[in-house]
Ligand binder design. Structure first.
Ligand SMILES: *[C@@H]1O[C@H](CO)[C@@H](O)[C@H](O)[C@H]1NC(C)=O
Length: 380
């Protein structure tokens, strides 16, 4: 009896004069730019007297003033962000104060938005050939956007040594910084004018983009003006030229191109006044090459049969299964788009030669596999 009294007294002492307990709902929210969201703050008074005046307030967690589009309801409990802007991103705090103390709870608002891109410098840029060029591309956005540089008229990404800079520019043109996140894509352009000495080479290639079929002959022509007449050399970006090539008077000929010959080819025209580079992007398309795994199968009735058809070549590739000499696959055979063939319980009559045909817009090829299903004789 004595002990119980003591406990009761302690409990009472702890509760009397306790600060308000604050909770928020939701505790975090993610909106797109332009969307709206509300947070509710609830206060539980643990104080038994329940009569103390209570003040509820919303603040920005960094104590800055609430922006114009952020409104608090009449009793102070609901915070509404209407037509969210990127600047609304951050933490907000609900503060409840009574004479017994203060209670707080934070909410986190994430505002997603498409990238904004800025280039420094911004205007047309005049440089002398050989001088280094540096243009900085800065992008803001949420989630964190990616950045890539491209040259207008080319599909290839520029090679840059630093993530944000355009280096080694030898050709006038419009350069584009592309920034992308889940909310959108934004680009910024800058014109770069490369000034040349009188008589300096200017190279151009045709065609500038090539789609070739494997095994075909490809010719790319480079023309260069300049005085004295420039010397033309050909190279391939990050790789040697294919060994089956010839260069005659500025024309590069590749006989029987293969998939590995895809890439960027560079014509370089050089004379005493300088040099000029011109680029061609080549993509070599190939018909499918097909294999089946495994290439031979022996099973007993009741076993599961699983075959995988694999094809290399230019995508998209369509894979179709059939059984040689039969109008259709055994009933109950499952096939997937990814080239799998599955029979969960094989029967002796499922034996035979299975064929996979792979087709793309260049051509088709096939592979076969023999499936033998036989009951093992129990010789013991
Ligand atoms: C083109 O020639 C110039 C001068 O010889 C050289 O500095 C430059 O690296 C060459 N470019 C390529 C891509 O080979």
């Amino acid at each position: 009896m004595h002990l119980q009294c003591v406990l009761m007294v302690l409990f009472f002492c702890a509760v009397a004069g306790q600060a308000p307990v604050v909770s928020v709902e939701p505790r975090a929210a993610t909106v797109r730019k332009g969307e709206s969201v509300s947070f509710r703050c609830s206060v539980k008074l643990t104080d038994s007297s329940n009569s103390r005046p209570l003040e509820v307030q919303w603040k920005k967690a960094n104590n800055q003033a609430l922006p114009d589009n952020v409104k608090v309801g009449p009793d102070g409990s609901v915070l509404t962000i209407a037509n969210a802007v990127p600047g609304n991103h951050g933490q907000y705090r609900c503060v409840a104060s009574s004479s017994a103390g203060r209670g707080t709870a934070n909410v986190m608002l994430t505002v997603k938005y498409a990238p904004k891109v800025r280039l420094t410098p911004s205007g047309p840029l005049r440089v002398r050939i050989g001088d280094p060029v540096s243009v900085e591309c800065r992008a803001q956005g949420r989630p964190q956007p990616t950045l890539t540089w491209k040259r207008q008229g080319s599909t290839l990404q520029l090679v840059t040594t630093e993530a944000n800079d355009v280096n080694t520019i030898t050709d006038s043109g419009v350069y584009i910084c592309l920034s992308e996140n889940t909310e959108g894509m934004t680009e910024a352009k800058i014109e770069i004018i490369v000034e040349r000495e009188l008589g300096a080479p200017v190279a151009s290639v045709s065609p500038t983009e090539i789609t070739a079929v494997e095994g075909h002959i490809v010719t790319i022509e480079c023309q260069a003006s300049g005085s004295p007449p420039p010397v033309i050399t050909w190279s391939k970006l990050r790789a040697p030229l294919p060994w089956k090539h010839t260069v005659v008077g500025g024309v590069l000929t590749l006989s029987s191109v293969g998939r590995q010959d895809s890439g960027q080819y560079i014509c370089n025209a050089t004379n005493i006044h300088g040099y000029s580079e011109a680029y061609t992007d080549m993509e070599v398309e190939t018909p499918p090459y097909t294999t089946i795994l495994p290439d031979q199968v022996r099973l007993q009735p009741g076993d599961a049969l699983q075959l995988q058809c694999l094809a290399h070549g230019t995508h998209p590739i369509d894979l179709t299964w059939s059984r040689v000499g039969r109008p259709s696959l055994p009933p109950g055979t499952e096939t997937t788009k990814g080239g799998k063939l599955l029979i969960t319980k094989v029967k002796q009559s499922d034996s035979g030669t299975y064929k996979c045909v792979a087709t793309n817009h260049i051509g088709s090829s096939e592979a076969t596999t023999r499936v033998v299903i036989r009951r093992e004789l129990d010789l013991s």
